[in-house]
Design a protein around this ligand. Structure first.
Ligand SMILES: [Zn+2]
Ligand SMILES: [Zn+2]
Length: 660
């Protein structure tokens, strides 16, 4: 009798033993069908053993070891073990979330044959700039592990550096993993990869793929048949037998951090994976995450810089601040911006008005009694969407019809307050009746197809004015776009979240980068009441390094990451008192006394304290030493698991939290 130690997708920090008539160590890494509770589950064999901590008679027999694919390799388990330990996530969850859904189902769907991709004519590679050549020369694909941060201004041709590097890796017979933040927003990149490497097998892995396609692509990657795997964060765990290079584009992007379920950073796991596999990793961005920038400053990453735009005709846009304290505003838009849009219309060029708030207005209110449209399930306002006359909570998705009168006092005169993209769009249409206006946000673009149609319309010159959120900020080239106006940016300057300025700078820099990508010169106008703020001064000067240096100094003085290491314990329950009491108990656990180097703060309600009818609290654990925090967390977690809590209370630990 042999014992299988099996990983199951359960929120428990343990493996499960099953017996089987015969199995060998070669079966480690295979999937297995096992009884669980009253049903069955698919798990993964992590260990084959002769004995168990349980009496053999009490262990249930496994049903069947599945042999339709090769066993998952040792490196996959090593990567999952690292992520499990580092993020305090159950090993079973980590292992199982690395597999496509189809391989976890008891009744696998019928597999269709892979469709052969049409061979097309390979796109010619453009000439490299001196900076691009220097960056490429600095990366040695055969030299083992190295981490590189490619800091390139918008339009400097970071993608071309990726493509050349990928070509070299393919030439060496290696597989390449290329991660992007949101594949649906970057069809241009996928198109360029496929056009350049027509001989190679390119597969994508992201959550919007149909289940069967995702499984097919995963299998091709796992079998070593796919040469290039283009994916979002979930692709980072894909086993790749010939992996020789990892590239992470827009490495600062928050979507690399998974914020629910298993909370991990695909970028950080990527760096570990490159180290483990002894291969290079390239992180690229125009506005690197401060953590990455600090790693480049202290030489843990090699810094590669592209200061010039790749197209010598395209210079960086001129960034100007419009001091709205001294200007008349019409619906929040200054005369200067209106005049600038008029000029573009007259010249047949495109303008983009950036406002990172979708909907018509952020809130509907009654002036008579003070009623505002609050979400009944969250500590947030319901956003007014006039297009379909709905009030919608952007946090929990709850929505209902716009009331005809104030629900509290019956007053029929209720008003929208503040403005979102829909309101801006309709006002611009009144102001410029002859202009063709396109709004681009998550309400107007819900999927990849709509996004591709939208991009085609923009490229085809079917729009004179674009109104949009940060969706428009991602790396797109719009040759006729010469003006970017930014509204409402000040809100993030004084946000309670100390990461807000870093994000605002990145966002404005990215959206500003849309202007003047080709021969036409670009101009960026930012409306602000704080024109003397150092963040804006850095934007005007296109000075990311200066801005990063200032922020890092502030963080060092304040004792924030990357100068300190954090983990957040969060609890949610129907009553805030229960959440806070649980966190208080966690803060008082005796195990804490044994870890002098770790500081535990007081429990507090989260900023969005109520979400989907649950009251949420959090407790910060912090240490100046990463190893000290890592030594503390498993012991703390085990002690927390022993705490009594109300049945409806849920808790989790997030390591390196990004949101507070
Ligand atoms: Zn009222
Ligand atoms: Zn809500």
């Amino acid at each position: 009798m042999t014992v299988l130690r099996v990983a199951l997708d359960l929120p428990l920090h343990r493996l499960f033993d099953y017996t089987i008539d015969s199995a060998t160590p070669a079966d480690v890494g295979l999937r297995v069908r096992v009884p669980f509770g009253r049903g069955e589950r698919i798990g993964v064999v992590v260990e084959v053993s002769e004995n168990s901590d349980w009496p053999l008679a009490q262990i249930k027999p496994a049903i069947e070891i599945l042999r339709d694919i090769a066993p998952l390799p040792a490196e996959f388990f090593a990567l999952c073990n690292f992520a499990s330990t580092y993020y305090q996530a159950p090993l079973g969850e980590v292992i199982m979330q690395g597999l496509p859904v189809g391989l976890k189902r008891l009744d696998p769907p019928l597999r269709r044959q892979a469709r052969p991709t049409r061979p097309t004519l390979a796109a010619r590679a453009p000439e490299l700039t001196d900076e691009q050549s220097a960056a490429l020369a600095a990366i040695d694909l055969a030299g083992g592990f190295s981490a590189h941060l490619l800091h390139g201004v918008t339009g400097s041709g970071k993608t071309e550096v990726y493509l050349r590097l990928i070509a070299r890796a393919l030439g060496d017979g290696k597989q390449v993993l290329l991660l992007v933040p949101e594949i649906n927003l970057t069809p241009q990149l996928e198109g360029r990869v496929r056009a350049r490497f027509t001989e190679a097998s390119v597969v994508s892995l992201h959550s919007e793929l149909a289940e069967a396609a995702r499984e097919r692509n995963w299998r091709a990657a796992f079998a070593g048949e796919a040469d290039i795997v283009l994916g979002t964060r979930l692709a980072i765990f894909t086993p790749l037998p010939r992996l020789g290079l990892i590239v992470i584009d827009e490495e600062h992007d928050q979507s690399f951090k998974q914020q629910d379920g298993m909370r991990y950073s695909a970028r950080d796991v990527g760096v570990f994976r490159a180290h483990q596999g002894n291969i290079p990793i390239l992180l690229g961005s125009a506005t690197p995450a401060l953590e990455s920038w600090a790693n480049a400053q202290n030489k843990r990453y090699a810094l590669l810089t592209l200061k010039e735009r790749a197209n010598p005709e395209a210079t960086l846009p001129a960034v100007k601040l419009l001091d709205t304290r001294k200007m008349a505003l019409k619906e929040g838009v200054s005369e200067a911006l209106i005049a600038a849009i008029k000029e573009r219309l007259a010249r047949g060029e495109q303008s983009l008005v950036f406002l990172n708030r979708r909907g018509y207005a952020p809130v509907l209110a009654c002036m008579a009694c003070g009623w505002v449209s609050r979400c009944t399930r969250c500590a947030a306002n319901m956003v007014l969407h006039l297009a379909d006359r709905r009030l919608r909570c952007h946090h929990c998705g709850f929505e209902h019809r716009v009331p005809k009168a104030c629900p509290t006092c019956g007053n029929q005169d209720i008003h929208p307050f503040g403005r979102g993209t829909q309101r801006l769009e309709s006002w611009l249409q009144e102001e410029f009746p002859e202009a063709r206006i396109l709004r681009v946000d998550r309400d107007s673009v819900k999927n990849r197809k709509q996004w591709e149609v939208m991009l085609e319309r923009i490229h085809g010159g079917e729009a004179d004015i674009l109104v949009g959120t940060q969706m428009l900020a991602k790396g797109h080239d719009f040759p006729k776009l010469t003006l970017v106006g930014a509204l409402g940016a000040d809100a993030a300057l004084f946000a309670a979240d100390w990461r807000a300025p870093e994000r605002l700078f990145a966002q404005l820099m990215q959206v500003a980068g849309r202007a003047g990508r080709a021969e036409l010169k670009g101009e960026v106008l930012i409306q602000t009441q704080y024109p003397d703020h150092p963040l804006y001064a850095a934007l005007v000067a296109h000075d990311y390094p200066g801005f990063a240096a200032t922020l890092l100094k502030e963080r060092e003085q304040a004792g924030f990451p990357p100068y300190t290491f954090q983990a957040m314990l969060r609890a949610e329950a129907p009553e805030m008192a229960d959440s806070i009491a649980f966190l208080k108990a966690a803060a008082d656990l005796p195990v804490i006394a044994g870890h002098q180097n770790v500081m535990i703060y007081d429990p507090i309600p989260m900023k969005l304290s109520r979400l989907a009818s649950l009251e949420r609290g959090q407790l910060l654990a912090e240490s100046p030493s990463r190893p000290a925090l890592q030594a503390f967390l498993p012991r703390w977690r085990e002690a927390i698991e022993g705490l009594r809590s109300p049945s409806k209370l849920r808790w989790h630990i997030e390591v390196d939290p990004l949101e507070f």
